[in-house]
Design a binder for this molecule. Structure first.
Ligand code: 5GP
Length: 211
């Protein structure tokens, strides 16, 4: 029996290292599929269309909204970001655990539509580390870094809406921890009802001496 895929939402402050974590997780375990979002943000150096994001104009993004091609979308520091629906549905149907690396407004919308989704929040061990990482990666101007830190303040208010908090101090430990969380989720009784039902039925027929 193919086990049912889990929809996993990963959010976290800008600079918390979500991207690196997801890359590691995907390279180690075959069970995961990472959703590629659409965005109106300009590509950073090294980002490829269709790999990091599907880079869209505002008009193209608007069209995706109108065609109901997105599961959710949100505005983040002046740009739109959204999750294309078709890929997520296909991968879940295929038994994959699908990861959405999205911000908090999107996470809320996903939880409404998919109540069984598992929500993870990734943080650094303190705010200073976050600021240093954001400055250190050098992909944003100081103005944008300040906007992203302001956004982190807002997002920190919503952490209680998530199921798990993951502290990205040491990459190796953190990747293993995320994988362990997902594996535990697979073992939840509510996700195994079909198997439980089948075992019960078989047991009943054994007890009656039918086979
Ligand atoms: P970045 O510009 O750093 O790549 O992403 C900015 C923020 O947008 C991050 O918090 C990221 O998780 C979030 N994000 C990326 N894709 C999506 C998406 O499809 N939907 C939503 N709601 N947020 C997204």
């Amino acid at each position: 029996m193919n086990r049912q895929g889990i929809l996993i939402v990963v959010s976290g402050f800008s600079g918390a290292g979500k991207g690196t974590l997801m890359k590691e997780l995907l390279s180690r375990y075959e069970q995961y599929a990472l959703s590629i979002s659409a965005t109106t943000r300009a590509p950073r150096p090294g980002e490829e269309d269709g790999k990091s994001y599907f880079f869209k104009s505002r008009e193209e993004f608007q069209q995706m909204i109108e065609e109901h091609a997105l599961i959710e979308y949100a505005c983040y520091v002046g740009n739109y970001y959204g999750t294309p629906k078709a890929y997520v549905e296909e991968q879940l149907a295929d038994g994959k655990d699908v990861i959405l690396e999205i911000e908090i407004q999107g996470a809320r919308k996903v939880k409404e539509q998919f109540p069984k989704a598992v929500l993870l929040f990734v943080t650094t061990k303190d705010a200073q580390t976050l600021k240093e990482r954001l400055i250190g990666r050098g992909t944003e101007t100081l103005e944008v870094i300040e906007q992203r830190l302001a956004r982190a303040v807002q997002e920190s208010e919503g952490i209680e809406e998530y199921d798990y908090l993951v502290i990205n101090d040491e990459l190796e430990t953190c990747v293993k921890e995320i994988h362990a969380i997902i594996e535990s989720e697979h073992r939840k009784i509510e996700r195994s009802m079909e198997l439980i039902h089948n075992v019960r039925e078989e047991l009943k027929s054994f007890a009656k001496g039918e086979s």
